[in-house]
Design a protein around this ligand. Structure first.
Ligand SMILES: [Zn+2]
Ligand SMILES: [Zn+2]
Length: 312
């Protein structure tokens, strides 16, 4: 399913099977998770994707010799810049991203640099594993960036939040889910996963940290107002609408506002080792590959419980 121009729907085309370059593996795509970032790319909210482009950066694929590998967003880094050499390869200036700079997994076949592929634990089936590769990983990195919060607020309860809530609860944290005020479905979903409160507006007590998954800038001052002194607000999305100005008082008291960008391979290894131990259970709705546009439309409308994936 090819994106020819930003803003245009994907369309089915017959491409030649990609040939792996040295260091790459050829993967038969078993399933590919659908991420909000795919919507941002398709809707041209992110600058300069490769075009034409095969979207998709949560690939569960199988190598020719039968190994099951996950392909995440981080597809290649230079290995020599100041970021790469200091454990921050996620910030590499020359990084290439799967389904953005490199063709991704909305396809029957994909190639990927083997050094950036993640071996998948056997106890997760393909459908369960797919959303771990971005939603899960970004949620995990965001939770680590949030410090050690006893009371954690999750703003936007989609694919990432439904995974990180399980990790946070297993670590003994209390989870508060902030959704759109009238989204009773998302609130019920959050409660069913163990959130002790779910609703619109401000949680009933102070938070120690908040993670914002929804791409809405107005949530930044709202979350800062909800966290206690010394608390951290983490913006986890790759795209967000402009943040409205707010009084310094909201940041005062050693509150920290930060973003989380992409992932490192180390995040991937740590999280994929942790997920089966919790165990994280993902809720994923599969779409046939040729109906990828419907999956994107569903995500765009915010009409999703858990995560989505496409299956060739
Ligand atoms: Zn680099
Ligand atoms: Zn993603």
């Amino acid at each position: 399913m090819l994106l020819d121009a930003a803003g245009a729907p994907l369309h089915a085309v017959e491409l030649e099977r990609p040939r792996p370059a040295p260091g790459q593996v050829l993967l038969r795509v078993r399933i590919c998770g659908v991420c909000r970032t795919d919507v941002h790319v398709a809707d041209s909210e992110l600058p300069r994707p490769k075009l034409p482009l095969v979207l998709g950066h949560q690939i569960v694929g199988e190598t020719e010799d039968g190994r099951r590998l996950g392909v995440p967003w981080l597809g290649w880094t230079c290995g020599e810049c100041r970021y790469c050499t200091s454990g921050r390869e996620n910030l590499c200036d020359r990084a290439r991203f799967t389904g953005y700079d490199l063709d991704g997994g909305y396809a029957e076949w994909a190639v990927a640099d083997e050094r950036y592929c993640l071996p998948l634990p056997d106890d997760l089936d393909d459908l369960e594993a797919a959303p771990l590769l971005c939603a899960g990983l970004i949620g995990y990195r965001s939770l680590r960036a949030a410090g050690d919060p006893g009371r954690l607020g999750l703003y936007g309860f989609g694919a990432a939040a439904h995974i990180v809530a399980q990790v946070a609860l297993a670590e003994g944290r209390r989870v508060f889910a902030v959704t759109r005020a009238h989204d009773a479905d998302a609130q019920a979903f959050a409660r069913s996963l163990g959130a002790e409160w779910a609703g619109g507006g401000r949680p009933p007590e102070e938070l120690d940290a908040a993670i914002i998954f929804a791409p809405a800038g107005e949530l930044v001052p709202a979350a800062l107002a909800a966290v206690a002194k010394g608390g951290t607000v983490v913006c986890a999305g790759i795209h967000m609408s402009d943040i409205p100005s707010f009084p310094y008082e909201l940041l005062w008291g050693e509150r920290v506002l930060r973003s989380v960008a992409n992932l490192t391979r180390r995040d991937g290894e740590e999280f994929l080792a942790l997920a089966p131990r919790i165990p994280v259970r993902t809720q994923v709705e599969p779409f046939p590959l040729d109906r990828a546009n419907e999956a994107l439309a569903k995500l765009r409308a915010g009409d999703v419980r858990g995560a989505l994936a496409v299956v060739p």
